[in-house]
Design a protein around this ligand. Structure first.
Ligand code: MEV
Length: 327
């Protein structure tokens, strides 16, 4: 095949962030923030055209091996995935790539989505029939090649879609068959730096290993308890478990005043539970709502400074898209 186009969704961490890096589990849902990757086989060069940076990057195969110039994050993930696959399958094509994603991704997984969509589009044009697990494994390796440390939960959401129970240490990616997750997502207004926050938690871990291990064990318990409850739609219980998880994230030092204001306002307006999502330090939080209080909770979150992010959750994972004439 000469050309292919694939898209993959973003993610919202429901429960278990940070602990998931320390071999515990988490729950994650895929959100409708799709990144599209269109690809064409060429003779020699690897060119990447990104709608986010509005620039084209061009590499020769020999340059790739010694390339150490700073490039934008999105480009480095696309490149890492392409190089990994070409080398693994001993292929010598050039590839032309066009990526198209949302201008603001609110920390909801655009890097994972672009990596997974790249792997899927590559597998199509190179006619490799890869399973979901193989797409996940290649994407995870590409991400590790770029950033060194990650749990991979966001890649699992981008590959499988829906709502998942994820544990990298046990190689478990379990789709939960959930019909809907009734949430309101709020952006706190500031962007977080995941690597800095992961490092801060790691310093705390090194200082108080016993205490932090105990916190991670509690988070693991919350995730396991919520897994059963989410399958049977026991939202009131899930809300309580979210609040417990939020308290533990606060104790890890990743909460902020602006996230807290939005979280407490949501709870006071009738949310069943509210917590930050992801690394913390900014980015997004979400509230679990009953339909009758959704409007009130939204309003309270806005008044507390949140930008509401209207996205469907529990959406489909990576897929091949039809090629349109628009470039
Ligand atoms: C960031 O969205 C979630 C973390 O657990 C990092 C990861 O799992 O890769 C903090």
């Amino acid at each position: 095949m000469q050309q292919a186009s694939a898209s993959a969704p973003g993610k919202l961490m429901l429960l278990g962030e940070h602990a998931v890096i320390y071999n515990r589990s988490c729950l994650v849902t895929a959100v409708d923030l799709r990144v599209h990757v269109r690809m064409e086989k060429t003779e020699r060069y690897i060119t990447i055209n990104s709608s986010t940076t509005e620039q084209e990057y061009c590499f020769t195969r020999s340059e790739l091996l010694s390339f150490n110039q700073a490039i934008p994050e999105e480009i480095s993930f696309v490149l890492a995935a392409i190089v990994l696959i070409l080398e693994k399958y001993n292929m010598y094509h050039g590839i032309h790539v066009i990526t198209k994603g949302p201008k603001n991704s609110f920390g909801l997984g655009s890097s994972s989505a672009v990596t997974v969509a790249t792997v899927r589009a590559m597998s199509e044009i190179l006619e490799l029939s890869l399973s979901q697990r193989e797409i996940f494994d290649l994407s995870y390796q590409a991400v590790l090649n770029v950033q060194g440390k990650a749990s991979g939960f966001d890649l699992a959401a981008a590959v499988y879609g829906g709502t998942l129970y994820f544990c990298n240490a046990r190689k478990e990616i379990i789709p939960l068959g959930v019909k809907k997750v009734p949430i309101v997502i709020g952006f706190s207004g500031s962007k977080a730096n995941t690597v800095d926050l992961v490092n801060a938690v790691s310093r705390l871990y090194n200082k108080y290993p016993w205490a932090i291990e105990s916190i991670f064990d509690l988070i693991q318990w919350i995730v396991d308890e919520a897994k059963g409850k989410i399958i049977s739609n026991e939202w009131e219980d899930i809300g309580k478990l979210m609040n417990l998880n939020q308290g533990l994230l606060d104790s890890l030092g990743v909460n902020t005043l602006s996230l807290s204001r939005i979280i407490f306002s949501a709870r006071e307006a009738g949310a069943l539970g509210a917590k930050l999502s992801g690394a913390g330090g900014g980015d997004c939080m979400f509230a679990l709502v009953k339909e009758e209080t959704r409007a009130l909770v939204r309003k309270a979150m806005e008044e507390a400074g949140a930008q509401i992010v209207d996205l469907d959750s529990n959406v489909a994972g990576v897929r091949i898209e039809e090629i349109t004439s628009e470039r």
